[in-house]
Design a protein around this ligand. Structure first.
Ligand code: SF4
Ligand code: SF4
Length: 90
């Protein structure tokens, strides 16, 4: 497995808008589906202690370690694009 390096997240906030759809993340729903840890600048208030569902390194090491990190990040990019389109962020 390749050593993980961070995904170049553009901080659009898109993946933090519907925590109500994930059972283990519902505890963070501020009432409208948006994560209560998301700041106005689309940063995560608990980044250092964020849940594994929000941690690319966790997903890479546990589920996608047969890929290179670049391949994993490219897959993430295409997911981000879909999220941004769905949320009208692009
Ligand atoms: S959708 Fe992608 S670019 Fe936007 S905040 Fe999430 S990981 Fe970052
Ligand atoms: S915990 Fe942080 S990274 Fe995870 S959904 Fe909430 S704001 Fe986003």
């Amino acid at each position: 497995m390749e050593k993980y390096y961070p995904y170049p997240c553009e901080c659009c906030g898109g993946c933090c808008l519907h925590v109500d759809l994930i059972e283990e993340m519902k505890v963070f729903d501020r009432g409208d589906g948006v994560c209560k840890n998301l700041t106005e600048k689309n940063l995560c208030k608990i980044y250092a202690n964020r849940p594994k569902f929000c941690d690319g390194k966790y997903f890479y090491e546990n589920f996608f370690s047969d890929m290179t990190v670049t391949e994993f990040h490219n897959m993430m990019k295409s997911l981000c694009k879909k999220i941004k389109e769905r949320e009208h962020l692009i």
